[in-house]
Structure formats: structure tokens, C-alpha cells
Design a protein around this ligand. Structure first.
Ligand code: PLP
Length: 404
């Protein structure tokens, strides 16, 4: 056994019962012969073979070893193993973006004639992907409100193969009942996938609540500083293997550089998620007390319909909140443009707080009826609370309030 292998084994044994915060820092690292402390970045697209027999053996799979970075890359594998450990999963396949993860999951697990049931309040590009592309290949899609359990039951057809949700949802923080939907999916042999991007494994573990697959946009909290695009599909080896084969053949692989950034991001994830959540809770409470604010959506608030359920499946409530101001689009735009510290940009999960007007940006491609059904009104504003001082963020939001 090489030194690296024995080190790996010792670490794996030590981490067998480790808590998520330790796994976030330690899981998945494989040191090279240099014995570097921080994870190595293998910025290479291919690997040199010892000789032709070695090349043939690696290509055939008779011998382990990297061939080409679309198939395997040690830095990407470190990231996959660390995220899998944190989600309590057997395996993970990293992808080039969160949408790459969703596309790869669907391509790998669905065939023409299959049916997906998706919650109506998922990320806009997920709806575009399913409606504009998967339907071209004969996949049927139905949408059900995340919280309408009877609706999910009624939507099941003989060809239903996949339930897909995000919880909490974007931007209204609706909370889906992962346990109940898992039980329903399981009764009908339907694969159940949860997009865990808003909570990350630091706050919510969907697999432990019964889901089959976890999806990530690593672009958000896993990076945590708004630098790189990436995604992941996490679950049992049986569920991940078809997606890995799809990614290898189709090519939406994660770049090694991005994997290295995400590995470093995971190390601080728990601390950051707690800080995002604490500030978001304080801001949501403050907004609720403002005369010019009509309604605040944050599952941490007792007034939120999903509060009690969220407490049973999340350890904190995350960094994203939204609110309706009194007035219409003009009032919302005035509020947003008055902020000076918070950035007007559509990303979330960044150390830098962001603010956006969903109706004219992230959800602008929905029809007015679909927007109305999803509760995306013209006076709705979304804030992804970052890691700046809470006092400074409140001063900045007060600038917005002063315009109303
Ligand atoms: C909940 C959710 N899932 C998936 C995605 C897509 O991720 P990416 O932008 O990395 O493709 C996003 C992006 O905002 C998102 O918010």
C-alpha cells in the first residue's frame, strides 16, 4: 500500500463518525507525494501513461487511473467526495453548473414517454429547460404548488418517473415537506430529487429526510464568494452512476479550477450559512416592522406559513428573503436603486449582499399569469443577505425605505 493510500485509509476511519462541519474541512482530500496540506489543484486536461499497456488498461477500466479530465480529475473527485460525505450520500458527480446538474439528472434518468412532476416555484431556467427542451424529446411535465400535497398525489400518472422540488423556494421561501413527498414518491417508485441550493448541506440534509437525489448549484453558497459556476448531483451509487456516465459522454463536467474553489468554499460553509441566516433573520424581522412594507417572506419568521415545517427539516433558515413594498414596480425599483452597499445583481449565496426585482429579471420570462400564480408581483423585492455588518445592511435598506 502506498503512503497516500494508507493516509487515505487512516483519514477515512477517523472521519467515519465525523460531524458535517469536520467533513466540510477534511473529507475527500487525497494528498500527493508532496504531502501538501491544502488540496492540490490538478489543472490538466489529460494524463500521461507509463506505456501502451498502461494506456490500454486505463482505457478499458482494468486499472484505476485518470485518462482525461472530462472523465475524472483528482481535484474534482476530492470535491465530489467531500460534498457526498456532507450530504450523507454514497456518491456525487460534479457538473459545470447547477443547470448542468439538473439537465444531466434528467437526461440520465428519463426516456421519451416519461413524466416529471415539478414544483411550480422552481428556478426559472429549470422551467425553461423542462418546457422548451425535454418536451421536444417526448418528456411530459406537470407543475404543482410546492406545498399542495394533495396536488402532488393527484398529479401522479402511470408514467411518472421524477418528482423535482426546491425547498425553500425562490424567492418566496415556501417550504416543501421532504418527508411527505419522499413517502409519496417511494410508494409509486418515483425518483425524488431536491434542489438543496438555498440551504446547502450545512442547514438541510434531504437524503436523511427520504429524498433520493440532491441537486446543487455550487455557484451559490458552496462557492460563497460569487466566483465560479458549478453544480452537483448527489445520492446513492445506483442513482449517481447513470448521471456520471452521461456527464462523461455529454461533457458538462466541472472544471478542476472551479472544483478547487468549491473545496475551499466548503471548508467555511457552516460558519457562513449561520452568519447569513442570523443576519437574514434580523433583517426580515426589521422589514416586518416597517410601515412601508406590505409582507415579508422568510421561513424564519413565525408569520411564515412554512415556519413550523422548516424547523423540522432545516437547522437555520438561510440567507434569502423577499418582501413586497407598498406601491407597484416603480416603488420597488426606487427602493432597489436607493441602496448603495447591496449590489443590484441576480446572483445569491455571495459574501456580498445582493438585491433584485424578480418580476423584471429572474422571473421575467414567465407569462404574467404564471408570475401571478407564483406570487411574483411587481412590488416584490428579493435580498440575498451577505456577510457585511448587519448595521450597515440595515442602514442601506433604510435608504430604500426612505424612498417609499
Ligand atoms: C435554486 C437554484 N437551482 C439551480 C440554479 C442554477 O444554477 P447555475 O446558475 O449554477 O446553473 C439556480 C441559479 O440561480 C438556483 O437558484
Amino acid at each position: 500500500m502506498s503512503k497516500t493510500d494508507s493516509e487515505k485509509e487512516i483519514l477515512a476511519n477517523a472521519l467515519a463518525d465525523a460531524q458535517s462541519q469536520t467533513l466540510a474541512v477534511r473529507a475527500g482530500q487525497s494528498r500527493t507525494d508532496e504531502n501538501e496540506h491544502s488540496e492540490a489543484l490538478f489543472l490538466t486536461s489529460s494524463y500521461v501513461f507509463e506505456d501502451c499497456a498502461d494506456a490500454a488498461a486505463r482505457f478499458s477500466g482494468d486499472v484505476d487511473g485518470s485518462v482525461y479530465s472530462r472523465y475524472t480529475n483528482p481535484t474534482v473527485r476530492n470535491f465530489e467526495q467531500r460534498l457526498a460525505a456532507m450530504e450523507g450520500a454514497e456518491d456525487c458527480i460534479a457538473t459545470s453548473s447547477g443547470m448542468g446538474a439538473i439537465m444531466s439528472l434528467c437526461l440520465a434518468h428519463l426516456s421519451a414517454g416519461d413524466h416529471i412532476v415539478c414544483s411550480s416555484d422552481v428556478f426559472g431556467s429549470t422551467v425553461t429547460l423542462l418546457n422548451n427542451f425535454f418536451t421536444k424529446f417526448g418528456v411530459e411535465v406537470s407543475y404543482v404548488k410546492l406545498t399542495d400535497l394533495n396536488g402532488w398525489r393527484d398529479s401522479i400518472q402511470s408514467n411518472t418517473k421524477l418528482f423535482f422540488i426546491e425547498t425553500p423556494s425562490n424567492p418566496l421561501s415556501e417550504v416543501g415537506d421532504i418527508r411527505a413527498l419522499s413517502a409519496l414518491a417511494n410508494d409509486h417508485t418515483i425518483l425524488f430529487a431536491v434542489d438543496n441550493c438555498f440551504c446547502s448541506p450545512a442547514l438541510q440534509l434531504p437524503l436523511a429526510l427520504g429524498a433520493d437525489i440532491v441537486i446543487h448549484s455550487a455557484t451559490k453558497y458552496i462557492d460563497g464568494q460569487g466566483r465560479c459556476l458549478g453544480g452537483a448531483v448527489v445520492g446513492s451509487a445506483e442513482h449517481v452512476e447513470p448521471v456520471r456516465n452521461l456527464v462523461r459522454a455529454g461533457g458538462p463536467s466541472m472544471s478542476p479550477f472551479n472544483a478547487w474553489v468549491f473545496l475551499k468554499g466548503l471548508e467555511t460553509l457552516h460558519l457562513r450559512m449561520k452568519a447569513h441566516s442570523d443576519s437574514a433573520m434580523a433583517i426580515a424581522t426589521w422589514l416586518e416592522s416597517q410601515e412601508a412594507v406590505e409582507e415579508v417572506f422568510y421561513a424564519g419568521l413565525e408569520s411564515h406559513p412554512g415556519h413550523v415545517l422548516a424547523k423540522t427539516q432545516q437547522s437555520h433558515f438561510g440567507g434569502v428573503l423577499s418582501f413586497r413594498v407598498k406601491g407597484g414596480q416603480a416603488a420597488a425599483w426606487r427602493f432597489i436603486e436607493a441602496t448603495q452597499v447591496i449590489s443590484l445583481t441576480a446572483n445569491l449565496g455571495d459574501a456580498k449582499s445582493t438585491i433584485v426585482h424578480p418580476a423584471t429579471t429572474t422571473h421575467s420570462r414567465l407569462s404574467p399569469e404564471a408570475r401571478a400564480t407564483a406570487g411574483i408581483t411587481d412590488n416584490l423585492i428579493r435580498v440575498a443577505v451577505g456577510l457585511e455588518s448587519l448595521d450597515d445592511l440595515l442602514i442601506d435598506l433604510q435608504r430604500g425605505i426612505a424612498t417609499l
